[in-house]
Design a protein around this ligand. Structure first.
Ligand SMILES: NC(=O)c1ccc[n+]([C@@H]2O[C@H](COP(=O)([O-])OP(=O)(O)OC[C@H]3O[C@@H](n4cnc5c(N)ncnc54)[C@H](OP(=O)(O)O)[C@@H]3O)[C@@H](O)[C@H]2O)c1
Length: 243
């Protein structure tokens, strides 16, 4: 299947930011959305908004740290729509901090959500994609993995773990499955809310040059809409002013 119209697209972390913007754009272009995240009120509101705009969406409360939740999300998509064409693994958190603060619980959370969460998505969707002989993984990584800077090393490591896994998966995927990485730079979302470090909170940039979640959603759509023999491997979208 080529294009976006009619594709079944599941998105994790769909209730806000990049996930929400991607869901709205893809639904407007005819995709059937399956929305996953922990805050069900957000998903319900987004689902209602998509339906009110004439689109199609269902939602399921999903914690990507739990393998079973991803299995349930994928099964729900297949049950409701008979297939899953794309899994956008977008859920992520960024409680970044200096190493000296030893915020080990934050490190663990980033590993669990940003890395294990993507693995759980692969475990859930890969058998479905194999059975269908078609499917696409879209994994949201980050420019933080391309330019390592202080305070962001653990976050960057989780994103680069996904980068490594995505490339390995692509090589194993064969001619039928596509694997895409989207690397956003600074995007205006609620992402910084997960920061717990007072040091990092006090370092908020004076000038906000971030791009909007819609700017990343267009990259997600671009990767999905290509013909099935065209696998967009890696898209980097950052603010022009980002160093
Ligand atoms: N904003 C940026 O500058 C930026 C830059 C590069 C990359 N990214 C990446 O972009 C992705 C989306 O982030 P965003 O900027 O759109 O921030 P966001 O608005 O905070 O969105 C993150 C989403 O992830 C969900 N989430 C968090 N933990 C989860 C869990 N355990 N299970 C399921 N869902 C979970 C959140 O929903 P719930 O809390 O309801 O679960 C939330 O909707 C992330 O992977 C992030 O690393 C962001």
């Amino acid at each position: 299947m080529t294009g976006i119209d009619g594709k079944v697209v599941a998105i994790t972390g769909a209730g806000s930011g990049i996930g929400e913007a991607s869901a709205l754009l893809l639904a407007a272009r005819g995709a059937k959305l399956v929305l996953g995240a922990r805050r069900s009120d957000r998903l319900e509101a987004l689902g209602a908004r998509i339906e009110a705009n004439g689109g199609t969406a269902v939602w399921k409360t999903t914690d990507v740290r739990r393998r079973g939740d991803l299995a349930d999300l994928v099964a729900y998509a297949c049950g409701r729509y008979g297939a899953l064409d794309v899994l956008v693994s977008n859920a992520g958190i960024g409680p970044i901090s200096p190493f000296d603060e030893l915020r080990v619980e934050d490190w663990d959370q980033m590993i669990d959500v940003n890395f294990r969460g993507v693995l759980h998505g692969i475990a859930a969707a890969l058998p479905v994609f194999r059975k269908q002989s078609t499917g696409q993984f879209v994994n949201v990584v980050s420019t933080a993995g391309l330019r390592i800077v202080p305070n962001q090393a653990v976050y960057a490591a989780t994103k680069n773990a996904v980068r490594t896994v995505s490339e390995g998966l692509r090589q194993e995927a064969g001619p039928d499955l596509r694997v895409t990485m989207i690397s956003p730079g600074y995007v205006a979302t609620e992402f910084a809310d997960s920061v717990t470090s007072p040091t990092v909170k006090s370092q908020a940039p004076a000038v906000d040059f971030s791009v909007s979640p819609d700017d990343i959603a267009r990259a997600v759509a671009f990767a999905i809409e290509q013909p099935s023999n065209v696998d967009v491997g890696d898209i980097v979208v950052r603010p022009t002013a980002q160093s």
